[in-house]
Design a binder for this molecule. Sequence first.
Ligand code: FES
Length: 124
Amino acid sequence: MTEATAVTEATVVTEDVTDGYVRVCSVEDLPTVGAVKVDVEGKAVAVVRDSAGDIHAIDDTCSHANVSLSEGDVEDSAIECWLHGSRFDLRTGEPTSMPAITPIAVYPVKINGGDVFVSVTKEN
Ligand code: FES
């Protein structure tokens, strides 16, 4: 196994990515700062590049109501729900402002060969 080198919050791997990880998009598909919505094994996931260039994967649905977080604004390491303005920490899923009080799931991300892989079956 080749030693991984971390260049972002996501883990960069040089071997084949398997073991529960699913390719969701290319790094190039992501906005410079922002999110895209993807489907991972039937689950709506927001893949987000933050202001530092780190890539995260979170539940796409706000914990306050059934709203797509990938349509919200990204600033620093947080995403803001467009409906009522709750912000969620992309690293922990914790809401940092009201009205949401319940965390959202954060999924592990790996980058390989310019592709983004996410696992919705592993704990981050
Ligand atoms: S629906 Fe997201 S904060 Fe209300």
